[in-house]
Design a protein around this ligand. Structure first.
Ligand code: PLP
Ligand code: COI
Length: 366
């Protein structure tokens, strides 16, 4: 292994961590993305020194130069993954090397340096080890890890930067949707596209989310929880939600999900559910599915369930779909049996309650 693909992390514990009782209070009902831990991981990159200066330190604000190129040209990528408390008291990550690889794929697309998998893994493992007490005990609680990297070079020319900061922060989380959301409603965006062929749709870069916000805000105005995007060419085929992949369940027991054509994010939850569905003997197709077909199939009863999936959302039933052309309900508007069976199968593995037949759990020491 080349020297730079591993680094020694200097660990400096937070001198003033949150007191245990204050932390417990924050963990009672953390919501999503508002409660942060005591530490963060930082690694620097420069063309000259490659990866260097790996640290675990107290979580603190950054000071960055106003000409840092990320602030102007948005050269930024991120990941989202969770550390779970297991039934037996241990702690584990779920398929973390898949996140490491996707982070490298995103980096290549954004003309950024690829972080070696060993450094990615060590940054995560060390951060979880030092902030383990922040993993909520509650059902459905987890420590959400947010690795990210941005261009820190101070330069206004438009080119790939020569300096980057890679960091990981951690957030104690409960359910992504308020109240656990038995079923969510989604708004079909007709005016906005998320991604086009040749664009950055398959990369997890901040710019994709910036571009989705006006459509997500419209969804909220329309009384929906999330936006769903259609393909940018024909504006017919369902792609994905603002922050989740989508699955359809039919009355013959089969499932479908949009194929990875380069415009949607290759979700790790999506991939895991494809495998679990096949394990359960279900037929799964990766294929285009048009919004008109969705409406017609919901009306005829051929489509019986639909759900969104992702690290943050886990598996969340979709109960209602709305668009300027009117709205339609899926099934009885509540969680469907196939959706919930898949959700339970996934969560049981993540919590160490079911055999890990595919070797997806990455147990952490201690
Ligand atoms: N699609 C988008 C746009 C996302 O932001 C996410 C969340 O990460 C997903 C899909 C689901 O990906 P994963 O299952 O890897 O979390
Ligand atoms: C995730 O599921 O990790 C995401 O990044 C999606 C976002 C909506 C929080």
């Amino acid at each position: 292994m080349p020297a730079e693909s591993r680094l020694a992390f200097a660990v400096t514990p937070n001198a003033a961590p949150v007191a245990a009782n204050a932390r417990s209070e924050r963990l009672v009902d953390p919501g999503f993305g508002r409660v942060f831990t005591d530490h963060m991981a930082v690694v620097r990159f420069s063309d000259e020194k490659a990866w260097h200066d790996a640290r675990i330190t107290a979580r603190a604000p950054l000071t960055i130069d106003p000409a840092s190129s990320v602030l102007h040209y948005a050269q930024e990528i991120f990941e989202g993954m969770k550390a779970y408390r297991l039934e037996d008291g241990g702690t584990a990550l779920f398929r973390p090397t898949a996140n490491a690889r996707r982070f490298q794929d995103s980096a290549r697309r954004l003309a950024m340096p690829e972080l070696p998998e060993a450094i990615f893994m060590e940054s995560i493992e060390r951060l979880v080890a030092i902030d383990r007490e922040w993993i909520p005990q509650s059902d459905g609680g987890a420590l959400y890890l947010r690795p990210f990297m941005f261009a820190s070079e101070v330069f206004l020319g438009v080119k790939p930067a020569s300096e980057y900061l890679y960091m990981v922060i951690a957030s104690s989380v409960g359910a992504y949707f308020k109240g656990g959301a038995p079923a969510v409603s989604i708004w079909v965006s007709q005016d906005y596209s998320r991604a086009a062929r040749g664009g950055t749709g398959a990369a997890k870069c901040g710019g994709n989310y910036a571009a989705s916000l006006v459509a997500q805000a419209e969804a909220i105005r329309q009384g929906c929880d999330q936006v769903v995007f259609l393909d940018a060419v024909e504006r017919r085929y369902v792609e994905e939600l603002g922050g989740m992949n989508v699955f359809f369940v039919f009355d013959d027991g089969s499932l479908a999900t949009p194929a990875l054509t380069g415009t949607i994010l290759p979700g790790i939850t999506r991939d895991s559910l494809l495998t679990l569905a096949r394990d359960q003997g279900l037929t799964v197709r990766e294929q285009p599915y048009a919004i008109d077909q969705w409406r017609a199939d919901a009306a005829s009863g051929r489509l019986v369930e639909a759900f969104a999936c992702g690290t943050a959302a886990v598996v969340t039933p979709i109960g209602r779909v709305a668009s300027p052309e009117g709205s339609f309900t899926i099934g009885d508007g509540g969680p469907g049996a196939t959706t919930m069976r898949l959700r339970e199968a996934l969560v049981a593995i993540q919590r160490g309650q079911a055999p890990d037949a595919h070797g997806w759990l990455h147990r952490l020491a201690g």
